[in-house]
Design a protein around this ligand. Structure first.
Ligand SMILES: Cc1cc2nc3c(=O)[nH]c(=O)nc-3n(C[C@H](O)[C@H](O)[C@H](O)COP(=O)(O)OP(=O)(O)OC[C@H]3O[C@@H](n4cnc5c(N)ncnc54)[C@H](O)[C@@H]3O)c2cc1C
Length: 392
């Protein structure tokens, strides 16, 4: 077991941190206020090789491991969670191609994403369906070698600016997960309607839109997963991207903790800095302890994915734990700042709003707990003798 970052990882962390401080932090508040899409920042990330993190070297990408990607996104998220979500969205959109694409698709799309500044989004969710992926209604109708898509996708991150979207749709809603297929949709195709930005509580710089699909013809070469394979591909994708959500949450929490340390040392009440009071010290100690635990769980989930180990369980644990840590830490940070914590002029207010999303997207905290409890209740092997007879 080794808990030390390699020299390459330390260099990558330094590069990402410098990028975050130079390019992201100065504009974080501006984009949050305006809800404008931070296209110049994302383009800069692409120019500096910090977009498309997981695209393998054979397609021109950096070929970062998932642990490496987590190191990068923690840094970017610590400067602005919303911008980090939009920067990492190319990794989410491209992951189904990396996992499930054929050689021609990988050569064509992955190489293009690396060589040109292109955005790729990911779409399972619909207006009436988020958690219950198998309950999707967007229809994929077979027409010879091709498919025709009809339906609406909702909440699609970067959707308004995407060149491609990996779209999950069903050949028959009655078939549930067995009917789901995956397609690479070129957003220039006839029938694709990218909606307007949907205003949000937090992470307001990340673009969130609906995507309408009306008789969108999908050529044979853009079929990514045949009916029945799409659901599995979606779940495999989440197992690879949920650790990164853990890393986003850690970056967000880390900044809230750092601001809290700063403030606790400066703000005085009753003639002493509030950081002298044990109640405040305990809050900060808990922040640090929980962030450390979240990072270890996140790295473990990412490491398992890198080793080719099934990380469905560890990624659910990491995402659920780190998301709760981000929410708790930012809540306590607002508390430490007192009235100033509630003002938009101080940074913890934004982090508090930004943190909430981690408990919702890419599978809510409840859904992660369902994944975990399914394992614990059905497959977990007791170390100690069973009480009475072992269940069958
Ligand atoms: C800002 C933002 C960006 C997003 N980006 C994308 C994107 O790029 N692509 C994409 O496809 N989707 C995206 N999503 C959608 C996101 O993944 C869904 O919102 C999420 O999965 C929850 O789905 P829902 O909103 O439909 O909630 P629902 O599924 O309706 O759930 C409502 C509540 O019920 C709980 N619940 C549901 N089922 C159960 C159960 N069986 N047991 C216990 N509790 C349950 C949920 O946890 C939640 O608390 C995004 C969402 C947001 C807010």
């Amino acid at each position: 077991m080794d808990f030390i970052l390699s020299e390459e990882q330390k260099a990558l962390q330094k590069k990402a941190r410098e990028f975050a401080i130079r390019e992201v932090l100065p504009v974080a508040r501006k984009y949050d206020e305006s809800e404008e899409f931070p296209l110049p920042v994302i383009k800069k990330a692409w120019e500096e090789g910090l977009l498309n993190l997981g695209i393998p070297k054979e397609y021109g990408g950096p070929g970062f491991s998932l642990v490496d990607s987590c190191i990068v996104v923690e840094e970017i998220s610590s400067a602005c969670p919303g911008i980090a979500t939009s920067v990492f969205d190319n990794s989410l959109g491209a992951e189904p191609i990396i996992i499930g694409g054929n050689e021609e698709q990988k050569q064509r799309i992955l190489t293009e994403l690396v060589n040109e500044f292109k955005l790729i989004a990911f779409a399972t969710s619909e207006p009436t369906m988020g958690s219950d992926v198998a309950g999707m209604k967007c229809l994929a109708e077979k027409d010879g070698d091709e498919f025709i898509l009809n339906g609406n996708k909702f909440w699609i991150t970067n959707g308004g600016f995407a060149d491609y979207i990996t779209v999950f749709a069903t050949v028959d809603p009655e078939k549930k997960h067995k009917g789901i297929a995956t397609f690479i949709v070129d957003t220039k195709s006839e029938g694709v309607k990218l909606g307007k930005h949907i205003p949000k509580l937090g992470q307001r710089s990340s673009n969130t839109v609906s995507v309408g699909l009306k008789n969108v013809r999908i050529p044979k070469e853009n079929i990514l997963a045949r009916p029945g394979r799409g659901f599995i591909l979606g779940m495999q994708t989440f197992a690879h991207t949920r650790p990164a959500i853990g890393a986003f949450a850690i970056g967000c929490a880390r900044s809230a903790m750092e601001y809290s340390i700063d403030y606790a040392q400066k703000r005085e009440t009753f003639g002493r800095p509030i950081g002298n009071y044990q109640v405040i010290q305990e809050k900060i100690a808990n922040m640090y302890k929980d962030i450390e635990a979240a990072r270890l769980l996140t790295y473990k989930a990412a490491w398992e994915a890198d080793q080719g180990i099934d990380n469905n369980l560890s990624s659910a644990i990491a995402k659920a734990f780190a998301s709760d840590v981000a929410m708790n830490v930012t809540t306590e940070a607002v508390q430490i700042f007192g009235g100033y914590g509630y003002l938009r002029t101080f940074p913890v207010e934004k982090l508090f709003r930004d943190a909430k999303l981690y408990q919702i997207y890419e599978g809510t905290s409840e859904i992660q707990r369902i994944v975990i409890s399914r394992f614990v209740m059905k497959r977990y092997e007791h170390a100690m003798p069973y009480l009475g007879k072992k269940r069958s």
